[in-house]
Design a binder for this molecule. Structure first.
Ligand SMILES: Nc1ncnc2c1ncn2[C@@H]1O[C@H](COP(=O)(O)OP(=O)(O)OP(=O)(O)O)[C@@H](O)[C@H]1O
Ligand SMILES: O=C(O)[C@@H](CO)OP(=O)(O)O
Length: 311
């Protein structure tokens, strides 16, 4: 049996080489499952041919990267990026915001999966908890949807203010308190988490928090109105969806206005704005951005120089 030797918190451990474990990490770097299993089998065979009975994780990774580079350099880059992000010591907090229907929950799920992050929460859930604590009488706004929040405003905004956006800002401002609590708790416990939803508007979360370099924010958008509308149709076709299509279509004007507000806030606060047309392109952009801005470059340089040393 071939054993793999790793290190966790200064302690050495060994475990049997598993084609399943290796192919799973390759699929997280976006390799198709069949190809990943075939690749893992080749690595297994190579270890057997070389009569290797014990290999360190570092040497195994070098072998994988070298073979990947020969076979598929883009995949090699993705695999390195994925490992770099996972290798970081600090917890990673990923915030993905966007107007209703642009795809924040779908993308958050994919990102969490790709990075092996086990915690994910939607701001709708945070709002739901807050609704139980704060009565409708005390805060009618959070008992509304983001796009109907203006109907809950106790005092209508002055005529020069946009009513839809005034309601939305009030709504977001309140839910942001709950979001900050989740982020603070994740930092305290040292756990990585993906938070997603319509309440993650750049400029609303406490600056001391969002300026930490292990907290990364993204905004999803869809310039094309028809594609955006189509997302509500596709969502209501999913069996588990309990959200009535008509409600979102009736409020589409307000949802689009909020989307434009997201775009301007993202530009103002330098938060990457992503056209979420194609899932894989969106995911690649997010992973690349995190790798470059979250210490990944340092690790990438390390792996690259290790490879050069080997040659
Ligand atoms: N990049 C994409 N390409 C195609 N379909 C997508 C993409 N992203 C999301 N979708 C689909 O669009 C629909 C809406 O996506 P999702 O529920 O993730 O939106 P959301 O932003 O979380 O909305 P809400 O904030 O209202 O919950 C879903 O059916 C989802 O499968
Ligand atoms: O408030 C909103 O815009 C949406 C976000 O998902 O929530 P709900 O569908 O519950 O109104």
């Amino acid at each position: 049996m071939i054993m793999v030797q790793g290190e966790v918190g200064g302690k050495i451990y060994t475990e049997p080489f598993s084609k399943g474990v290796l192919s799973r990490s390759l699929t997280m770097a976006e390799m198709g499952p069949n190809k990943a299993y075939a690749f893992a089998s080749c690595i297994h065979q190579k270890l057997k041919d070389q009569n290797i009975q014990l290999i360190t994780i570092d040497n195994l990774v070098k072998m994988i990267v070298k073979d990947l580079e020969d076979e598929d350099p883009v995949m090699a880059e993705k695999y390195i990026a994925w490992r770099n992000i996972r290798a970081c010591q600090d917890p990673l907090i990923i915030l993905i915001g966007g107007s209703s229907g642009v795809g924040t929950s779908s993308i958050a799920f994919e990102i969490a999966n790709r990075l092996g992050i086990k915690n994910m929460i939607s701001t709708d859930m945070i709002r739901e908890v807050m609704r139980k604590i704060v009565s409708k009488e005390l805060s009618p706004v959070i008992h509304e949807s983001s796009f109907t929040a203006y109907e809950g405003l106790r005092v209508p905004p002055p005529p020069e203010f946009d009513e839809i956006l005034a309601g939305f800002k009030d709504h977001v401002d309140t839910v942001s308190v709950g979001i900050e609590a989740v982020i603070e708790r994740a930092l305290k416990e040292g756990i990585s988490i993906v938070v997603e939803g319509v309440h993650l508007v750049p400029g609303f979360i406490n600056e001391d928090l969002v300026n930490k370099n292990n907290i990364v924010s993204f905004t999803l958008t869809l310039s094309d109105e028809e594609i955006h509308k189509g997302r509500f149709y596709s969502r209501c076709r999913q069996m588990w969806s309990r959200r009535p299509l008509q409600r979102y279509l009736d409020n589409f004007f307000a949802i689009r206005k909020i989307l434009k507000y997201f775009e301007s806030q993202s530009k103002k606060h330098s938060v990457p704005l992503i056209e979420n047309i194609d899932v894989l392109t969106t995911i690649d952009f997010i992973i690349k951005n995190i790798t470059e801005n979250y210490g990944g470059i340092v690790n990438a340089k390390k792996i690259n120089s290790e490879r050069l040393d080997d040659k």
